[in-house]
Design a protein around this ligand. Structure first.
Ligand code: B16
Ligand code: MG
Length: 218
């Protein structure tokens, strides 16, 4: 085990709640039904893909030009950025900071594989930037999760083989991406939402270097 590659939203901090609120405001303005169950489908996928799914739900797929879609996506992101500007280190999910410190002490590589273009800003707000050896530049990624590209890029940035990496995710699309990359997949959530994961923990509080090594070498 030479590296751990983290998802951001749902693993390091619960920005899913802010994505939910920001998309919810946009959906309400467009008169499109929006709830938490539907929001599950948006986890781990890009802003433009999320917008496409929301518009399809409102039968508005053909109602907007590319320019119109860009404006809607910007509107959502402006509201999202307003919400995440209030993030503080207290918003780091349980066990994560201790795990990052353990990994760093053990000289195990640490990378971030988030679909979010706001990822670097969020790490700054959480005061976690210094733990990451690599933050994958999502603007340079051609295929989003469930494609393995973002996790493979994280491993390449760290100079380690995928088989020596652990990926940690909270979304089904992310677990698929980790397994497609040939890595060991740790899911955070319920087993039914984490099909294909090698192990599933209910919360991030269960994660530690020791438990990751125990399962990885089992
Ligand atoms: P942004 P992750 C993902 O983050 C979110 O889960 C997903 O809901 C969001 O649409 C995506 O980031 C893009 O975010 O609009 O900030 O670029 O789970 O891959 O860390
Ligand atoms: Mg996530």
């Amino acid at each position: 085990m030479k590296a751990v590659i983290f998802d951001l939203d749902g693993v390091i901090t619960d920005t899913a709640e802010y994505h939910f609120q920001a998309w919810g405001s946009l959906a309400a303005a467009l008169d499109i039904p929006f709830d938490r169950e539907f929001n599950e489908q948006l986890k781990g996928i890009s802003r433009t893909e999320s917008l496409d799914k929301i518009l399809a739900r409102g039968n508005l797929s053909d109602a907007y030009s590319d320019e119109g879609r860009r404006e809607l996506a910007t509107q959502k992101n402006t509201e999202y950025q307003r919400l995440i500007s209030a993030l503080t280190p207290a918003d780091v999910l349980p066990g994560i900071k201790a795990l990052l410190a353990e990994l760093q002490d053990a000289r195990i590589g640490i990378a971030l594989a988030s679909a979010s273009k706001n990822a670097a800003f969020i790490l700054e707000r959480l005061e976690l930037t210094r733990y990451f050896d690599s933050v994958v530049d999502v603007t340079a990624i051609r295929h989003g999760k469930p494609d393995p590209e973002i996790f493979l890029t994280g491993a390449a940035n760290l100079g380690v083989q995928p088989a020596d990496c652990i990926g940690i995710e909270d979304a089904q699309a992310g677990i698929q991406a980790i397994k497609g990359a040939g890595m060991f997949a740790v899911g955070v959530g319920t087993p039914s939402q984490m099909q294909g994961a090698d192990i599933v923990v209910a919360t991030t509080a269960e994660l530690s270097l020791r438990m990751l090594e125990d399962y990885f070498f089992r």
